[in-house]
Design a protein around this ligand. Structure first.
Ligand code: ADP
Ligand code: MG
Length: 219
């Protein structure tokens, strides 16, 4: 599904090039639960942004389903992203002014679904994360673990092929972290490819493959 060949990425800081990814080769197959482990600053989020089609400024080749992403326009890449990728972040990125169901429905609103369809999909998605009873609840009153479940429900609501999780348990205590990891495991068993980034080695037991990123290179 995903094939990265000799990917390099630099940022310019004070007119100097600072190389963050130094030649990444990686293949991710449909159905995998892959873990990318690395210390803070090793380039994990930079790599995930690239895999999630959020950043197309890099050297090397990214093939998605056998086609180089360079052939797509920005609009086409957005469409590919919305259809194929769900994102989960450390800080949940929920909209505080909205209730649980409204947060989960957001990607469907962008996709132009009717509110009836969106309602149905959001309920189904919330059921999968065990929060169907929290539909109308304000997200402000939820615990960290519940917030992350809402974020996961939002990430899977349009049935993406893969979910990118960038330090999803970074703000959670260890018991809640394992509950969230169990949820990812369940989703993976239902066929969703999971790409997990973490600096917490104890979480990699959930993955079927672990890559170690060290200063922009796999070691
Ligand atoms: P990680 O997620 O592993 O902590 P990041 O991918 O966020 O690492 O960052 C890797 C390095 O790239 C860091 O040194 C960071 O400061 C730098 N970096 C990330 N994004 C930018 C940016 N937009 N501009 C300049 N430097 C950046
Ligand atoms: Mg990061």
């Amino acid at each position: 599904m995903i094939k990265l060949e000799d990917i390099k990425k630099s940022f310019q800081i004070n007119r100097e090039d600072f190389t963050v990814l130094k030649g990444i080769n990686l293949e991710i197959h449909s159905g995998e639960f892959i873990g990318i482990l690395g210390r803070s600053g090793s380039g994990k989020s930079t790599l995930l942004n690239l895999i999630g089609f959020l950043d197309s400024r890099f050297e090397g080749v990214y093939e998605f389903d056998g086609k180089s992403t360079r052939q797509y326009s920005d609009n086409e890449l957005s469409r590919i992203r919305n259809k194929n990728v769900g994102f989960v972040f450390q800080n949940f990125s929920l909209i505080e002014e909205m209730n649980v169901k409204q947060n989960v429905e957001l990607p469907l609103m962008y996709a132009g679904l009717s509110s009836k369809q969106a309602d149905e999909e959001a309920r189904n998605s919330l059921k999968q994360v065990g929060l169907e009873e929290f539909l109308g609840q304000s997200v402000k009153v939820l615990s960290g673990g519940q917030r992350q479940r809402v974020a996961i429900a939002r990430a899977i609501v349009n049935q993406p092929r893969f979910v990118i999780a960038d330090e999803p348990t970074g703000a959670l205590d260890s018991k809640t972290s394992y509950e969230i990891m169990e949820l990812f495991k369940e989703l993976n068993q239902k066929g969703v490819t999971i790409i997990l980034v973490t600096h917490d080695e104890s979480l990699t037991s959930y993955c079927n493959r672990v890559m170690h990123l060290l200063d922009g290179e796999f070691s």
